[in-house]
Structures are given as structure tokens and as C-alpha cells.
Design a protein. Structure first.
Ligand code: GMT
Length: 375
């Protein structure tokens, strides 16, 4: 099949999932065309089956906002015609589903009929998409997609609760190539980050308020009073400065490292003992799954799709949003003996196996077949 994948090329989970999906589909023999404004961060290798087409938006001073949707839908039309693309798969509803719909309509004028699969990722529904200024357009583009998928049952429920949706929503969870992950973590350089008696705790996110990074500091502060440990914060965003100041205020700045955005998350997870994700909202929690796949237990909030990924008492523990006391207690429970840490590490990998690429990607392929048949 010739498939165009539209996504955000940045460090966010939706772009990561879209890129990994494209790579897995290419391995299955499909021809994949990524169409976005920059080469996706995890797309290191372009190959026979993988193409990248950059959307450029010419800057014109009259425009206060440059019209990306227009440039994207025009690019989609051109690429579909040039490469005989058979299906559009757009990740993150805003504005990709809207631009994809416009491309479909333009192509139909030329008797080219192409189905569009829209994958909802989370904030496109729960935060941004739900804003009254966007809601009618988001509702319209979901209802006019040929197939709609969501990354968790929880996100599906949220979508049906918040929007007036007439389409069936198929739950296709996020996934990870688990064997690849396990083999990528062989050359662990733990001694670079901590001394042998210290535990390493990690948080990875875009450091936005929704991630509650200050809770990560609060939890770590409580842990380090009981267990010698270090905290690594990977990612960048608006909460970073406030969190750096909070570490200073608590006198723990020497024990906390802010690494900024990194392409080497696997290397960091390789020597991590515990992952913390106390988010306000999380449709799935791909960062938690990545940690689990590397054998790292997770302390998380019990919001959104997280209970579908992090299994209570097995891969880690879940608590109510903001309950930093309980999260710290559970973290200490996992970390305070070698035996319990090893048990949780093993169970984390076992829980992650449910989301292996081999199980999930065929679900998308099946839906593609269905969309093409119905077009
Ligand atoms: O977490 C973010 O703010 C980024 C966002 C994205 O689109 O990149 O993540 C969302 O999609 C991920 C991939 O499906 C999910 O794993 C995240 O849980 C989801 N984030 C939220 O719902 C807040």
C-alpha cells in the first residue's frame, strides 16, 4: 500500500508514534510518505520505502498567522497525485484532519478518491480540541474522516463525551518494538550519572503544566530523604525554570539534572531505576510505556489512559493526581530492596509486551484495508 503519514515532527508522543508506525509499515513492504514541516525526530533513515516531503509555508507579511493548513492540504494533493498514494493517515486532529479533509475534497474534483484515517492522540481532544474556538472544526473533521482511531479506551470515552461524534472510534493502542528496545539498552553507562549506592529516577516530558513536573520534584524530594538517589529530567518546556527554582529552594539542585531535549532517551532509561509520570491528563502515556519496555517500573497518576498501560502493583503504582505523599511512599516501596526492584523491573517489561509493534501494527493495516474497501 502507498500511505501518506501526516504528523508533528517534534519530540511529542504523537509524532513518535506516527514515525514508528511508518517505519514498521515500511518494513512490512508498504511505501510510506511522511508529509510534515520538518523531518520527524525519530526518522533517522530514509530508505527505499520511506520518503519525506517537507511542507513549506511561504511567509507573507500581510498574514498575521501563516496558513499552514493550506500549504499542507496543497502538498497532500500534489504528493497523492505524483506518488499515486492510496491512503492518508493523519495523526493529531488539529489541523491535520482538517487539512486532510480539504485535500480529499480537492482530489475528488479530479476523480481521485482517497480514504483518510485519523488518529486521535490526546491533547487534540482533551485540551486544545475541546476549546470552543476549535470545537466545531474538530467535530467536523472527525465526523468526516473515513476511519477514526484513538490511542486508548479512555480517550475514546473522552471523545464521545466531549464531542458530538457520529463515527465509530476504534481503539488502537500505542506500541513499541520491545525486542529492539531491549537490545538497544546493552551498553549502560550508569556510572556517568550516579554512584553505585544511588538509585536513578527519571522523568521525560515536554515540561508543560499538564505534566505536573513540580510533583516530580516533590516526590523525588521525599524519596531522597530515605534512599540515596538522583533525578534526571529529560525534555524542555515552560515549567523548566520554575522546577529548577523549586530544586534550589529545597536544596536538592545538586541531585537533579535537567538534560533538555534528547535523542538518547533509551540510553538514559537503560540505567534508570524508576520513572515518574504524575500528569494531570494523559491519554495513553507513551513515555511510561517506553520506560516499562526498558525494564523501568513506573509511578504515575491514575488519570486517562494510564491505568490501561501502568498496572497497579505489577509494573508500578498509580495514585490520584497530586497525591505526592502516596506516590513517594510507593516509590520507596519499589526502591528500598534489591529484590523488590528486580521484581518490578521484570514485571514492567512483561506488562509492556502487550503493546509490542507486532501485535498493534496489524490492527492499523486491517483498518487501512477496510477504509480502502469502503472508499
Ligand atoms: O503529552 C503531550 O503533551 C504530547 C502529546 C502529543 O501529541 O505528542 O501526547 C499525547 O499523545 C501521546 C501519543 O499518543 C500520548 O502518549 C500522550 O498521553 C498524549 N498526551 C496527553 O494526553 C497529555
Amino acid at each position: 500500500m502507498k500511505i501518506a503519514i501526516v504528523c508533528y515532527p517534534t519530540f511529542g508522543g504523537s509524532g513518535v508514534v506516527a514515525t514508528e508506525l511508518g517505519l514498521a509499515l515500511a518494513e512490512h513492504g508498504h511505501e510510506i510518505h511522511f508529509i510534515t514541516y520538518k523531518q520527524p525526530v525519530r526518522l533517522e533513515l530514509l530508505s527505499k520505502n520511506i520518503h519525506f516531503h517537507e511542507v513549506t509555508v511561504p511567509i507573507y507579511p500581510l498574514f498575521h498567522f501563516q496558513p499552514y493548513e493550506l500549504a499542507l492540504s496543497s502538498k497532500l494533493v500534489d504528493m497523492v497525485k505524483l506518488h499515486k498514494i492510496e491512503l492518508l493517515h493523519v495523526h493529531y486532529a488539529i489541523p491535520h484532519a482538517y487539512a486532510g479533509y480539504m485535500a480529499k475534497k480537492m482530489l475528488a474534483e479530479e476523480n481521485i478518491f482517497i480514504p483518510m484515517v485519523t488518529t486521535l492522540h490526546g491533547t487534540d481532544i482533551t485540551l486544545v480540541g475541546n476549546h470552543p474556538y476549535y470545537k466545531p472544526a474538530v467535530t467536523f473533521s472527525i465526523n468526516n474522516s473515513d476511519v477514526v482511531t484513538s490511542v486508548s479506551q479512555s480517550l475514546k470515552d473522552d471523545t464521545l463525551r466531549l464531542f458530538d461524534i457520529r463515527k465509530e472510534i476504534y481503539v488502537v493502542p500505542n506500541f513499541i518494538d520491545i525486542p529492539k528496545k531491549i537490545s538497544s539498552v546493552s551498553n549502560c553507562q550508569r556510572n556517568l550519572m550516579a554512584s553505585p549506592d544511588e538509585r536513578i529516577i527519571t522523568h521525560v516530558s515536554n515540561l508543560r503544566p499538564v505534566k505536573r513536573v513540580k510533583d516530580v520534584i516533590e516526590i523525588f524530594d521525599r524519596i531522597q530523604k530515605k534512599i540515596p538517589s538522583r533525578l534526571i529530567i529529560v525534555g524542555d518546556g515552560p515549567e523548566r525554570l520554575k522546577c529548577e527554582k523549586l530544586c534550589e529552594k529545597k536544596g536538592i539542585e545538586e541531585k537533579v539534572r535537567f538534560l533538555g531535549n534528547s535523542n538518547e532517551v533509551d540510553k538514559i532509561l537503560c540505567y534508570t531505576d524508576l520513572f515518574i509520570l504524575p500528569s494531570e491528563k494523559e491519554s495513553f502515556g507513551l513515555a511510561a510505556l517506553e520506560a516499562m519496555a526498558c525494564g523501568v517500573p513506573v509511578i504515575s497518576s491514575n488519570t486517562g489512559g494510564l491505568p490501561e498501560v501502568n498496572i497497579q502493583g505489577v509494573s508500578g503504582y498509580l495514585s490520584e493526581v497530586g497525591n505526592v505523599e502516596e506516590m513517594a511512599e510507593n516509590a520507596i516501596k519499589i526502591l528500598n530492596s534489591e529484590e523488590s526492584l528486580l521484581r518490578f523491573k521484570k514485571q514492567a517489561i512483561e506488562s509492556a509486551m502487550v503493546f509490542d509493534t507486532k501485535k498493534i501494527v496489524p490492527m492499523y493495516e486491517k483498518l487501512y484495508q477496510m477504509a480502502i474497501k469502503n472508499e
